[in-house]
Design a protein around this ligand. Structure first.
Ligand SMILES: [Zn+2]
Length: 137
């Protein structure tokens, strides 16, 4: 785990701007060059889990609880109009640090951010795809 920069932040070997912390989670500001909006932060478990497949449900609950608390506070104190929660698991999803994390991105009207691609899905046979997926359960 020593190679993981987020684990280094947790133990204090790398500095960070800590925003909110409990026994289980840490919320901190990304590196300055990675900040995409006012108040953008990362919420991580203090235990190392690589991604969404790896993290246990109980740890996810701690993350979601923290995001709820932080979001409510931002809405109350900073009149945040909305939030985006952004997560990537796996290289195909453009995960860059393989310590589970969720980006919490406060949003305001006309902030100029566009977090959803407008390219559309070009391949056909949607009912077939979703039927196959629903048959997995
Ligand atoms: Zn880690």
């Amino acid at each position: 785990m020593i190679e993981c920069s987020f684990c280094k932040i947790i133990v204090g070997k790398l500095s960070s701007n800590k925003i909110y912390e409990t026994e289980k989670i840490l919320a901190f500001a990304p590196l300055k060059e990675d900040i995409i909006a006012k108040g953008h932060m990362l919420v991580i478990p203090k235990k190392h889990y690589a991604d969404f497949y790896d993290i246990p449900k109980e740890e996810l609950h701690h993350i979601v609880d923290a995001i709820k608390i932080i979001s409510q506070k931002l809405k109350q104190k900073y009149n945040t109009d909305g939030i985006n929660l952004l997560h990537a698991s796996g290289k195909a999803a453009q995960q860059s640090c393989f310590h589970f994390h969720i980006h919490l991105i406060p949003r305001s009207q006309n902030d100029g951010l566009d977090t959803w691609p407008k390219t559309g899905y070009k391949e056909g046979n949607f009912p077939g795809v979703y039927n196959k997926i629903s048959n997995l359960f």
